[in-house]
Every structure is written in C-alpha cells, then in structure tokens.
Design a protein around this ligand. Structure first.
Ligand code: PLP
Length: 388
C-alpha cells in the first residue's frame, strides 16, 4: 500500500496524475459538470450522433423489443436478430463479405491479433499506434517489431526480417495526432510479403471517405483477403462497440478463435438496434461531414492567423503542440476557467516531451463556438507563457 501511495504521489508531482470528470447530462458539444456548462472540444462524437433523437428513440425501441441484457455470449444464446442485422449492414457498407461485432474496439484488436498470430509469428506496428494494438501484439506472444511513425522504408526493412507469419497493424487515422496512415503503400508491402494488414479505422469510420466508409475503404476499396478492417462504433457513430470486417474465412476463424469474442457476454442488443439507426444517419450524413470539414478548414485557417501551434492534421483531431506535461495541464485548466473543456494529453499516452491539447471538432459545433475556442486558446497561451 505504501508503494502505491508513493507511486501516486510521484505521478502528481510530475503532473501526470489523471482524474475523471463527471458529466451531469448528455454527451454533446455543451456538457454540464459541477453545475456549470462547458463547451466541449474533447469527445470523439464527431457527427453529434451520441445524443441524436433518432438514435435515442432506436435505443428505447430496441430495449422494448429485445430487453436490456443479452444474457449470454454470442455463441451461447446472446446473439440476437439486432446483432445479426447490424453485422450484415456493416459488411454491406464497407463492401466486405462478413462483419463480426465485438464489445469494444480494444477487445476487437486483442481478439484479432491473438487469433491470427502466435509465438513464432511477428506483428509490425507503427510507433504511434493505439495502446490496444500494442497490447494485442503482446497478448499474442508474437514478436513485436515497431517502426518509426509513417516510415514505409523502415516497415519494409522490418518485414524482410520478420519471422513466421507477419501481421502489419496500424491506426488509419492516428488517435493522438490526427494524421493518416499511407494505407496504399502498406497494403502493397503486405501483399509482397504475404502478410496480414490490420487497419484500425476508429477515427476515420463515419467521417472520412464516400458516405463515411472510412479512411481504409477510401484508400483500399473493398480490399483483398489479407485485409482486416476494424472500426469502432463509439466514436463517429455515437453508440458503443466495434466490428471487424473481412473475408468469410477470416470471420469464421475469429468466431472459432478470438477469445475476446468467445468468452464475453454479447453487448446489449438494443445497442445494436440503436447503431443500425446511427449507421443509416452516417450513410446519409454528407451534410454532417461537410459541416465538420468546414469547421476543420475554418479552425485551421484562423489558428494559422493567430499563430497557434497546431500540429499538421486535416481530420477532426486537431492537436495543439505543447511539449511539457505541466504546461499542457495548465493550459487545459486555463481553458476550463473560460468554460471550455479540452483535455491535456500527457505521457504515457504520448512520448515524453510531446504533451499536447487534443482538440476535437464535431459537426454539432457552431461557427461562433469555434471563434470562442480560438480566442480562448490565444488568451490561455498568453496567460501560460511561451513554450521554452
Ligand atoms: C478508441 C480506440 C480504440 C478502442 O475502441 P473502444 O471501442 O473505445 O474500446 C481502438 N483503436 C483506436 C485507434 C482508438 O482510437
């Protein structure tokens, strides 16, 4: 116990201590906390679907029709018509033969990698991949080979030396940087080395590409049999969960072997029912995506005029470079005093000295709210001093 307390104390001293905030109402661009209203720029609800009336109505209807709990794992008696229908719609949407639901994106990544790779194999990962992909490689027991961010030369060199069956895994849109992976080049390398390519499109699905099919579909189309697409439903779709899409044989293999699919209770069918509605809103969501893209352009243009240190990203994830963890925290607090909610991203989520504010934009924001953010950022940066 003393060790724990000492470690916690050290974390606080280093300004790396993390705490939760309790929202008192809906997830939206305006949230209530501590009896106050804040303008939020830190959710992944990029299209504002988390509190969309049609999605809420579908969840309610789903609960009436299917109950709340699924009662069992998918392979026992937990797989409902709602799950089945959603899987078919997702597969159709991304143009792959099959799709399989997982309870979360984290579990999907763990399940896929451990089902496809074992001790004698190798998993190649971008250094900036999401924690779940790194943990997935570790869980599989395969050799983890990490390459410098976006460096296809480094990936090619590592692939040439990779033992056993190789699997390349990458975020499609990097979660803390907002930039995109060169999936075309990755797929060419994967094909040349008969490797799997696992693409995690958590931040592209719903917002990028035609009809919001994501960065993976945009870059690779329907994809070859070595392509494994994973996307989450808790971000742009505004609900919860994740799915993996791929070939018939891949999905059947996951049903037999992905332990995070097999040994867990199926997510509530009502949620799948709500997600069907969210998916249909995404499919006809061109206006939402256009609004989001307008916001991104406007925000970047104004930020450049104000000389804000934005990182190079053209997605809804717009990180503002800070560097030192303590300063990132101070900036986040300065924004909070101005009724703005923006999270400081600190190590170990990002490398030491690479702390930042991770700003996320949503189609649900309004232009004047962006103006408010821009002004507050400029003021807070001034208040917290220049970076050193
Ligand atoms: C959020 C996220 C996940 C995890 O998905 P959950 O459904 O929240 O568990 C996986 N990969 C990336 C890149 C993510 O951003």
């Amino acid at each position: 116990m003393q060790d724990l307390a000492a470690a916690l104390g050290k974390r606080k001293q280093q300004r790396l201590y993390r705490t939760r905030r309790t929202l008192e109402g809906r997830q939206s661009v305006r949230v209530r906390m501590d009896g106050r209203e804040f303008l939020s720029f830190c959710s992944n609800d990029y299209l504002g679907l988390a509190s969309h009336p049609e999605v809420i109505a579908a969840l309610r209807e789903g609960a009436e029709r299917f109950g709340v709990g699924s009662g069992a794992a998918h392979l026992i008696s937990g797989h409902s018509y709602a799950h089945q229908a959603l899987e078919e719609e997702l597969a159709d949407f991304v143009g792959r033969p099959r799709a399989l639901l997982f309870s979360t994106g984290y579990m999907a990544n763990l399940g896929v990698v451990a089902a496809l790779c074992g001790r004698t194999d190798s998993v190649l990962e971008d250094r900036l991949n999401h924690a779940s992909l790194l943990d997935a490689a570790r869980l599989s027991g395969a050799r983890l080979m990490r390459y410098a961010h976006g460096d296809m030369g480094a990936l090619a060199r590592k692939l040439a030396k990779a033992p056993g069956q190789a699997l390349i895994a990458s975020d499609a849109v990097f979660s803390m940087d907002g930039d995109r992976a060169p999936l075309g080049e990755m797929q060419a390398l994967a094909r040349r080395h008969a490797a799997w390519l696992l693409v995690d499109d958590a931040h592209g699905f719903g917002v990028l590409g035609e009809q919001g099919r994501g960065w993976c579909c945009e870059q690779l189309g329907a994809g070859a049999d070595n392509l494994v697409l994973m996307a989450t439903l808790g971000k742009a779709l505004g609900t919860f969960g994740a799915f993996v899409a791929g070939s018939e044989a891949l999905i059947e293999t996951l049903i037999q072997q992905a332990r995070t699919f097999i040994y867990t209770t199926a997510s509530p069918p009502a949620l799948a029912w709500a997600t069907r509605t969210a998916l249909s809103l995404v499919r006809r969501g061109d206006a939402l995506r256009a609004a989001l893209n307008d916001h991104i352009d406007y925000f970047r243009r104004c930020a450049a005029e104000l000389e804000l240190p934005l990182m190079p990203s053209s997605t809804a994830i717009q990180p503002l470079w800070v560097g030192e963890a303590g300063r990132a925290l101070a900036l986040s607090e300065a924004l909070r005093r101005r009724n703005l909610l923006v999270t400081a991203i600190r190590p170990p989520t990002v490398a030491r000295g690479a702390a930042r504010l991770r700003l996320t934009l949503s189609a649900a924001h309004r232009r004047d709210q962006l103006d408010c953010l821009l002004q507050a950022l400029a003021d807070s940066l001034r208040e917290c001093g220049d970076d050193d």
